[in-house]
Design a protein around this ligand. Structure first.
Ligand SMILES: Cc1ncc(C[n+]2csc(CCOP(=O)(O)OP(=O)(O)O)c2C)c(N)n1
Ligand code: SF4
Length: 242
């Protein structure tokens, strides 16, 4: 890792992070830090992290950070924003946290147009607890709870959260899906999300991410897996055509 290129808002630029080698979370957080640096909003940001591998960012940035119960980062950050409207509330979670146990909170935040920046990292599994099936796991995908491949009958197909949220979100909300294969697109989505939050509306960025540890993939196979994800979860924005 080249520490000279680390965002300024990293707490201690000489400290190694805790993610597995090749993990998408580390790539995403680097883009988040750089965007916050560029927008010069680190004093206003309150960073909420859910339980899951996202919690490994608890000691990462030099801004206020709150770690919540699994699936509860959205309501906690809505509370922070209501108590102090000048703050920029960022809720960072995994696909298990956002699309399973915390789905109700996510849907209602989109529906109410709560002014939080919600960032959901989709790696198609419950990574921190050992790679169990999530609502985003594809039929046929092998996980620790689908050792012969996920069966859609009884376990469902794969959940397209962006599509779901787009059907309930307020017109003023901003929703986008991006992928760690395109860091520039991640930065531009973050900028649009912060802009939306500045206008007091809800924004949601889903990021297709890499989990080599639970996928049991090397670098080449990780990007092959990611390509397969991008086919199933198309990178797009709502409102469509924006
Ligand atoms: C209320 C509650 N239920 C279950 C757990 C156990 N748990 C910890 S992390 C986790 C999975 C996280 O998966 P995900 O949200 O997809 O994030 P990832 O680790 O993949 O980044 C679970 C189920 C918990 N900590 N709290
Ligand atoms: S288990 Fe997966 S998501 Fe968690 S830190 Fe390791 S590579 Fe990243």
């Amino acid at each position: 890792m080249n520490y000279k290129t680390m965002p300024k808002c990293y707490k201690n630029s000489s400290k190694p992070h805790f993610f597995c080698p090749g993990c998408g979370h580390a790539m995403i957080l680097k883009q988040l830090g750089s965007t916050i640096d560029e927008l010069k909003i680190s004093a206003e940001v309150v960073f909420g992290i859910d339980i899951g591998c996202s919690l490994l960012a608890w000691d990462f940035f030099d801004f206020d950070t709150i770690q919540t119960h699994h699936g509860r980062v959205i309501p906690v950050m809505i509370g922070v924003k209501k108590a102090n409207p000048k703050k920029v509330a960022v809720a960072y979670m995994g696909d298990g946290g956002g699309y399973a146990i915390g789905l109700q909170s996510l849907i209602h935040a989109a529906y109410r147009d709560d002014p939080v920046v919600a960032i959901l990292v989709n790696n198609t599994n419950y990574a921190m607890t050992g790679g169990q099936m999530a609502p985003t796991t594809f039929p046929g995908e092998i996980t620790t709870t689908s050792s012969s491949g996920k069966k859609s009958s009884g376990f469902g197909n794969y959940l397209d959260g962006l599509k779901l949220l787009s059907s309930v979100a307020d017109q003023s909300a901003y929703l986008e899906r991006v992928s760690v294969s395109n860091p520039r697109q991640i930065v531009s989505a973050f900028k649009k999300a912060f802009e939306t939050s500045d206008k007091n509306h809800f924004s949601f960025i889903e990021i297709l991410s890499i989990c080599p540890t639970n996928w049991k993939t090397d670098a080449a196979d990780s990007f092959e897996f990611l390509k397969n994800m991008e086919d199933k979860f198309p990178v797009q924005k709502y409102p469509l055509g924006e």
